[in-house]
Design a protein around this ligand. Structure first.
Ligand SMILES: Nc1ncnc2c1ncn2[C@@H]1O[C@H](COP(=O)(O)OP(=O)(O)O)[C@@H](O)[C@H]1O
Ligand SMILES: C[C@@](O)(CCOP(=O)(O)O)CC(=O)O
Ligand SMILES: [Mg+2]
Length: 391
């Protein structure tokens, strides 16, 4: 077990259409982002488990012997990731001294680690000493799926340490993908991590973090959108922290269900348009994509997940003829703006500048990055390697 170090990474995501509705069984379209979370795991000091998570200022270490007491009584089935129940989460909370701070999403990262560590090793009853460091290029809690990228990295690293999946061989300065079968297992356990962090996630974020690229997600069914045209997108982080957005879906189901149906239809229409564009993109296709973005943004506001900072993003970009919507949980966080072939570069530059003047971060992003990857140390940038090596 954990004979050597393993470095891996997983991407964040952008939801084009279907956030929130996807939790209620509607279709979502999502794409991976060129911003990644990196994790390095290595054999630790004898009898110790240490986790270092500088993005959330959390550095913890435990005795393996004390962790043994937390092992579930029943042997967990490694191939069918076990769902966390409230009693287990409470026990882990008490052990880690995290109290009941439900609002402190940072502590959920610790719980996700403890859960996956204990349950992945539960079958063997042998817990390894290890040291782990995680570093992300993604802002946390901004709607770009940092929780899923984190859960995917945790799942892949711990399954590899357990020997449940083999680390694919990497040449110097290169990366390697896991087999489809291993990706299935990584995704299953990452979903459990997301359940701890989110409560009731749809599973779309961990699917993108695992497989990368563009995909259609519907009630757990994942379809890669391999022939999607290359879309140019501006990503804006309003820097307003997403704080426990409460949508109105459960409060007014009869009123909100038609809105969810409409979002489902938007995702399907967008998918159809993207497929047509793959055969030959025309400017009318972009006009349809823009209209779908506008309609969905209105729906998301109706659902109560908007924010004045996101309204401002939409107004500023529309003043330049560009169409935006929130992405992810909403209530702040990030929005996307579609750039079209007839968008002049001076318009893009002016829009970016005006959005920066609002105090937002704004940049043109590239989408469709690979899913979870195994890295050789020399495939990492010096900056990332330095951070991971400092723990
Ligand atoms: N790099 C990281 N290190 C440790 N925990 C992380 C990291 N990235 C994300 N997380 C966990 O995910 C949480 C943020 O997830 P969430 O609120 O779903 O926002 P999002 O997924 O949109 O970034 C953090 O509070 C933390 O618990
Ligand atoms: C709102 C939702 O659709 C996406 C949440 O994404 P994020 O954690 O805000 O990046 C929830 C989900 O799909 O689980
Ligand atoms: Mg998340």
């Amino acid at each position: 077990m954990l004979a050597r170090e393993c470095i891996l990474s997983a991407p964040g995501k952008v939801i084009l259409h279907g956030e929130h509705a996807v939790v209620h069984g509607k279709v979502a379209l999502a794409v991976s982002l060129n911003l990644r979370t990196y994790l390095r795991i290595q054999p630790g000091a004898a009898g110790r488990v240490s986790i270092n998570m500088p993005n959330i200022d959390t550095f913890l270490s435990w005795d393996v012997s004390s962790l043994h007491a937390l092992l579930p009584a029943r042997r967990a089935d490694l191939q069918n990731a076990v769902e966390p129940d409230a009693a287990v989460v409470l026990k882990l909370r008490e052990y880690a001294g995290l109290g009941d701070g439900l609002a402190d999403t940072r502590s959920l990262a610790v719980l996700a680690f403890l859960y996956i560590y204990l349950f992945v090793f539960a079958e063997s009853r042998e817990l390894p000493s290890l040291t782990m460091a995680v570093w992300s290029e993604l802002p946390t809690g901004a709607g770009l799926g940092s929780s899923a990228a984190f859960s995917v990295c945790l799942s892949a690293a711990l399954l590899a340490s357990r020997g449940a999946i083999a680390c694919p061989a990497v040449e110097a300065a290169q990366t390697a993908r896991w087999s489809d079968e291993d990706l299935e297992l990584i995704n299953k356990w990452a979903f459990q991590g997301e359940k701890i962090i989110h409560g009731n996630p749809s599973g779309v974020d961990n699917a993108v973090g695992t497989w990368g690229g563009a995909l259609r997600y519907h009630s757990g069914k994942i379809k890669p959108l391999s022939s999607t045209p290359m879309l140019r997108i501006l990503l804006t982080n309003t820097r307003v922290l997403v704080a426990g957005v409460r949508d109105k879906i459960t409060k007014f189901p009869a009123i909100m269900n038609p809105v969810l149906e409409s979002i489902d239809a938007i995702s399907c229409e967008c998918e159809r348009t993207l497929m047509e564009m793959a055969r030959g993109p025309e400017i009318q296709h972009y006009r349809v994509l823009e209209e779908l973005i506008d309609i969905n943004q209105h729906h998301l506001n109706v659902m109560g997940v908007g924010h004045p900072s996101l309204d401002r993003l939409c107004q500023v970009s529309l003043a330049h003829g560009l169409h935006s919507k929130l992405t992810g949980a909403g209530g702040g966080g990030c929005g996307i703006t579609l750039l079209t072939p007839d968008t002049d570069s001076s318009v893009v530059e002016r829009s970016i500048q005006e959005l920066k003047d609002c105090g937002y971060d704004c940049w043109e992003t590239s989408i469709g990055a690979p899913g979870v990857l195994h890295h050789s140390p020399s495939s990492l940038t010096e900056d990332v390697l330095k951070i991971l090596n400092s723990y």
